[in-house]
Design a protein around this ligand. Sequence first.
Ligand code: AMP
Ligand code: MG
Length: 328
Amino acid sequence: MLVLGIECTAHTFGIGIVDCKNKKVLFNEKNQYKDDENGMELRKLSEFHTSNFTEILSKAKKFLETKNKSFKDLDLISFSQGPGIGNSLKIGSLVAKTISKQYNIPLVGVNHIKAHLEIGKMLTGFTDPMFLYVSGVNTQIIAKDEFGKYKIYGETEDIGLGNLFDSFSRQAGLGFPGGPIIEKLSNESNKNYIELPYAIKGMNITLAGLYTNLQQKLDSKKFDLKDLCYSLQETCFAVTMEVCERAMAYTNKKEMLIVGGVASNKRLTRMAKDMCGIRGARYDSFEMQYAMDNGAMIAWQGFVDKEKSTTDITKFPIAQYINIESDI
Ligand code: AMP
Ligand code: MG
């Protein structure tokens, strides 16, 4: 079954084509909006997507031609219904619905977060993992409950890990995105730990206090920047891992995966591996192109949700504010 997936929830316009019966990603291309100074300005973001989606679409068309196929040979079109930024979601939905209508191919709208999780399972062969979902905005600890529904076991009560890295990096004049820069500086540091707030509330964490404290330390000019980066990583990853471990103990899960952009941080994955090792659980990772926003994960989620597909393109309205526990 050949499924084409369209990702357009925020900064990325991506298309993936997956041979779902054989669990093989055939094509996965994307364009990403980036504005180092202003972040995501909504008007510019929609201009970016409207003027760039044709490039990825023609790459997909050309790819199919190399396999002696065309859009007509697709079995299903899948797109991110939500959650995300309205301006982006509308464009992804419009492109998906247009292809579906033009070639009379069934369509399905999917939950972007579920797609992040399910592609991880498909690629690793894990069946029932505890997920740490860490993107720019989100920091959530998610797994299936006893009824087989995804449930959030813990999360940040304010900013996400990615946002914390990006905000601190901007503040320190280091650039955007902050995560990779802070990881590099942390590796270069002398590993002198500077005490920072460590805030866990039940199964949730808070990071805003940590950020304010870091800002004050930065402004005081009394601390080495590399040591601050090191201490930031150690502290925010340790609080996150503590909640992951509690969630694994509570649910008795024996597998763990990390998805989202922050998953590329080697210190975070090291902590996860160590924690799983101590618990006799398995940790696995997969190629970063599939852990970040991408079209292949949307195609795969379309396959998972194929029973909901229809050629009636009036179905599947965009859903900006859904979460992992929603019905979509
Ligand atoms: P996403 O929203 O899933 O596209 O992820 C983007 C976020 O991942 C940004 O906030 C980045 O700063 C963060 N990120 C990317 N690479 C790293 C890294 N090596 N360490 C920590 N955060 C990272
Ligand atoms: Mg995402």
